[in-house]
Design a protein around this ligand. Structure first.
Ligand code: TXA
Ligand code: MG
Length: 340
């Protein structure tokens, strides 16, 4: 049996040293793996963009160990933002705040705002504390690819470029954090994630939450630059379906000539032949989605049929990533592929 070798305290200390020395390191969070560098060192932050081939107009999230450190990177934190940070930190929530003058603008892609998150994963917490600096980190993948949810996926994507890889096992959530912007008593969800509109309203019933539309409207794209770019796409083509009978008919007509993989609810896929990955609930789907894409890519699957769940709450984040990964292609009512 193969036991994973997770990083220990001395690995974390030496990775923190690399961060202090201006290098980039891969580390686990509860959402996805990050590629971190000292947010206060512009050359270190530039290295993140180079390693990922990330467009320089796409700003980074700055990671802190506690909400108390927010003054190091942001100013004018509103009572609403404070309340949300206090409630959901540490955790999968990122808040866009006015940026401190001292924060290098390469982090924010020139914007006067900074996205801040306090990750819960103990290895991420340990790394940030040991480095003693705010850690700028996008997901640890080459730009455009799905985010890695294991250290091995990050390594396959980024190779030897990072100075260190910390391994904290598979990520618990598996989708990137919820990104929000707060203005007055309005909250805009710029990227849906595990912290949902309902979660926010449960804490602050009097705010208005603007959820944007799944996979981004024009307004969302303008407010959150990253959503403009190609995102979350595996090498194989992703085609969505929401009715297993229609998928069966589609595959019969297509004659199953291409190597394909299927992702869907366990109840629907019981006894299906071929390369199938199934889940019993949406948390399990989210936790495994990117790892399944990666497995399919590695086994030469060229088309992935992925179930598109309905519903609000957590389903919103999954739908957002699935629609981006597929470019909106799905099996329509007439059993043909439609673009959304
Ligand atoms: O879960 C996560 O958020 C992971 C882990 C590593 O923390 N990070 C992550 O980073 O997903 P990245 O760079 O892949 O996505 C950051 C998103 C992008 O859509 C970016 O445009 C948006 O946050 N963002 C960053 N700064 C922003 C700002 N000042 N205003 C609006 N959106 C911002
Ligand atoms: Mg990313």
């Amino acid at each position: 049996m193969n036991f994973p070798m997770y990083s220990n305290e001395s690995d974390i200390r030496s990775a923190a040293e690399q961060i202090r020395d201006g290098r980039v390191v891969v580390f686990p969070t509860e959402t996805v793996y990050g590629l971190g560098a000292n947010a206060l060192d512009p050359r270190a932050v530039e290295a993140i963009f180079e390693v990922k081939s990330r467009p320089t107009d796409n700003p980074l999230i700055v990671h802190l160990a506690t909400p108390d450190e927010i003054g190091r990177v942001a100013i004018d934190v509103s009572p609403t933002a404070h309340r949300l940070l206090a409630e959901f930190s540490p955790g999968p929530l990122t808040i866009v705040l006015p940026a401190s003058r001292d924060l290098p603008r390469v982090v924010t892609a020139g914007l006067e705002t900074v996205a801040v998150r306090i990750p819960a994963h103990p290895v991420a917490q340990g790394l940030i504390r040991a480095s003693g600096v705010p850690v700028a980190a996008p997901s640890a993948n080459r730009s455009g690819e799905p985010s890695p949810t294991t250290a091995a996926m990050a390594r396959r994507s980024l190779g030897a470029a990072p100075a260190a890889y910390l391994d904290g096992g598979p990520c618990e959530i598996g989708l990137e954090s919820t990104v929000i912007a707060v203005s007055g008593d309005e909250v805009h969800i710029l990227r849906p994630g595990a912290v949902t509109e309902a979660d926010i309203l449960a804490i602050l019933p009097d705010v208005t939450v603007h959820a944007g539309s799944v996979a981004g409207t024009e307004a969302t794209a303008a407010a959150s630059p990253g959503t403009r770019h190609r995102h979350y796409e595996p090498k194989g083509e992703v085609i969505l379906y929401n009715d297993v009978d229609r998928l069966r008919e589609f595959l019969q007509q297509a004659g199953q000539t291409v190597r394909h993989g299927i992702i869907g609810p366990a109840d629907d896929l019981m006894g299906w032949p071929g390369v199938v990955r199934s889940y019993v609930d949406l948390r399990e789907y989210a936790r495994n989605l990117y790892a399944w894409f990666d497995e399919f890519d590695q086994s030469g699957v060229s088309i992935v049929f992925a179930y598109l769940p309905d519903g609000s709450g957590f389903a919103t984040a999954l739908r957002d990533r699935l629609i981006r990964a597929s470019g909106g292609r799905r099996i329509g009512r007439r059993g043909t592929i439609e673009e959304q």
